[in-house]
Design a binder for this molecule. Structure first.
Ligand SMILES: Cc1cc2nc3c(=O)[nH]c(=O)nc-3n(C[C@H](O)[C@H](O)[C@H](O)COP(=O)(O)OP(=O)(O)OC[C@H]3O[C@@H](n4cnc5c(N)ncnc54)[C@H](O)[C@@H]3O)c2cc1C
Length: 295
């Protein structure tokens, strides 16, 4: 059924990197929920696969002594949404993880595969953008660290260099300490559907003032985007209804949504504004502020 020539299953990262260096035509496979669909649709033929599944320690979440959270690229979404470290410090990623696919997909799909397939609808991306995640890529040439914001090139395109494997995703303490987060996925169905639009907000509220606010959108441009204009406007402002309304409007300035069968451009624009405001209100509420919709 699948046009697979051969599959390599190294047990160490070093071995995988050597195989990949010797044969750059190998197709990396993690959980396979995207790769196998491509094979099924005939987009890949006579392929030689390099599976990362048997490599030890690539599926772990760790908290380093300096407070950096390190997520192995092979960590599945089921592991992520149950993980203690993720839930305690960056619960926004747990929210995003549980919104992804259905149980069967979450049990096998990995965060590394979600990032490397470059889909604009990838559920992990907006949250990781707001957390300023750093990607650790390794090849025979060495290690490269790149901010996730610089990794996306276009729909389905990422800046993986020849022979590179994504090994870990790192989130430093200054990017989550005292921060609250909210991820909202909007899709046509409640489960097993990719996002029509998604919004992630991470922020810190102190004495009802935005000390820090990061907003990222999925399916709103050819790549996931941060809403820099809205963020700059917000910092230092009081968390009033008026400010939040203005932030929602400004979020549109970094977006370039398009028409698709999942949703029209005007509908997506409406969602960006409304969902950004909704996510911010949640942050304000979590940060001890007042949420008029809840009080
Ligand atoms: C029924 C169904 C529902 C889905 N629902 C959702 C959803 O709701 N939200 C969502 O975001 N996605 C969804 N997806 C898409 C898919 O499941 C995700 O993108 C998933 O995270 C991909 O991970 P994987 O481990 O299966 O990747 P794979 O299919 O193994 O790989 C994906 C791509 O990344 C490359 N790759 C993988 N790992 C690495 C690595 N460590 N280093 C370098 N390259 C690598 C592969 O070569 C390939 O190009 C769905 C898919 C299906 C089939």
């Amino acid at each position: 059924m699948f046009s697979i020539n051969h599959i390599l299953e190294p047990k160490t990262l070093k071995e995988a990197i050597l195989y990949y260096d010797e044969n750059p035509k190998l197709k990396v496979i993690a959980g396979g929920t995207d790769v196998l669909i491509h094979l099924h649709h005939g987009k890949l033929e006579d392929v030689e696969l390099l599976s990362l599944r048997k490599i030890n320690h690539l599926d772990e979440v760790k908290l380093q002594e300096d407070g950096t959270i390190v997520i192995g690229a092979m960590t599945t979404f089921s592991t992520l949404f149950r993980d203690k470290i993720i839930n305690q410090y960056i619960s926004i990623l747990a929210e995003a993880s549980v919104s992804m696919g259905g149980p069967q997909i979450r049990n096998i799909a990995t965060i590394g595969g979600n990032i490397c397939n470059g889909a604009v609808s990838a559920d992990s991306a907006p949250s990781l953008f707001t957390l300023n995640a750093i990607l650790r890529l390794e090849s025979k040439k060495g290690v490269r660290m790149i901010p996730i914001q610089d990794f996306y090139e276009g729909p389905g395109k990422v800046k993986l260099l020849q022979g590179e494997i994504l090994t870990h995703i790192l989130i430093t303490e200054d990017n989550y300490h005292e921060m609250k987060g909210k991820y909202i996925k909007f899709s046509n169905r409640k489960a097993m559907d990719i996002a029509m639009l998604s919004v992630a907000v991470t922020g810190q509220v102190e004495d009802e003032v935005f000390k820090d606010l990061r907003i990222a959108l999925g399916v709103s441009a050819p790549v996931p985007v941060r809403c820099s204009k809205a963020e700059d406007y917000a910092v230092g402002k009081e968390c009033s209804e008026e400010t939040i309304k203005k932030i929602g409007e400004l979020a549109l300035s970094n977006a370039r949504p398009r028409n698709s069968w999942r949703g029209s451009k005007p509908y997506r624009q409406h969602l960006i504004n409304v969902l950004t405001q909704r996510a911010i209100k949640e942050i304000v509420f979590k940060g001890g502020g007042k949420d008029d919709e809840k009080n």
